[in-house]
Design a protein around this ligand. Sequence first.
Ligand code: PLP
Length: 401
Amino acid sequence: MTTPFEPASPPQEIIPLCVPSIRGNAWDYVKKCLDTNWVSSVGPFVDDFEKRVAEYSGADFAVATVNGTSALHVALLVAGVEPGDEVLVSTLTFIASANAVRYAGAIPVFIDAEPVYWQMDPQRVRDFVEKKCELRQNQLFNKETGRRVRAIVPVHVLGHPVDIQAIQEIARQNNLIMIADAAEALGARYRGQAIGQFGDISCFSFNGNKIITTGGGGMLVTNDPAFAARARYLTTQAKDDPLEYIHNEMGFNYRLTNLQAALGCSQMEELSSYVEIKRGIAALYRDAFADVDGIRPMIEAPWAFSTFWLFTILVDPDRFGMNSRQLLRELSKRGIQSRPLWQPMHRSPSFAYLSPANCPVADHLYAHALSLPSSVDLGAGQHRVIEALRDLSRRNTVIAR
Ligand SMILES: *Cc1c(COP(=O)(O)O)cnc(C)c1O
């Protein structure tokens, strides 16, 4: 019973976009680090975490890093990317993918997305390679810039795998190393197989908003023992003599700590169920929006098993009655956090020094996409999101009038 003195509607809890879910053995494992004094960048949990991620992602080797960005950076160095090289990167991505290329002194070449699953478009890659480049002594060169093209970094955007085989084939034919940015895609599969077994190297992130978290952390996985050894060397300051501290080249302090890896081990035990929960969230959203005019939910390719990291919709302003940013503000008023996709890299002021790229699909997706709350612990909050969005749709507004 409400009295006249109570507010008409009590303040609602804010539903965040995506927050971690800490469960299971996390406390136990972290406490073990504290109790044994193994808290830093050496320790049994680091090795164990690497083993677990390698196994889960279908790769032979894994090297843990302080975050996903450093995993990408080291992957590029391991791939032999040198200053002045060009590297093909998805334009529709979080900026870390492109920044890593820049850290290696290389020049990103941005590739547009395809419009159906929003991933790097293999046809655009082929067009670039065939129209703009030539092979000289089995090395690909950009005919316009004269630069060597060394690697390709497709991103599994929002946890949905790119068409790996199509891109891998182009990479093989042109001697490009393929480094997949799988930061959002741990647990995803391509034609039934874990994504870590494709390409030369895959990189994961365990940032707080990713599918599992170590607070901050990353990992690169590969089937190539030489790549793995080189990555381990570079991430631990390139130490050539552990007693005399002799270093033959420049390395990095990129090694994950045992404390973080302990959390990671516990999270790996939850991963399968998290992926199932995320897929369940996606299925519920998809059903709920099937009859909402002007909302197009993301879909899954027949050959894909997506993690549905952040469930994302496209908002058609004419049919829905408001655009994606207006919807974001309306949801925010109702205590619901949502977010557009990232400004595509070819539009980023931080890459304004590059020659302009034409990526109309990414532009379209950026204008219309909105990611909805997708936390593993979202639970009944999802019904509030669905109701809010259905209420805001033009059809409901018209009926209400
Ligand atoms: C999160 C993310 C990264 C970076 O990972 P960090 O661990 O935050 O450094 C890189 N690429 C993509 C696509 C990401 O979503």
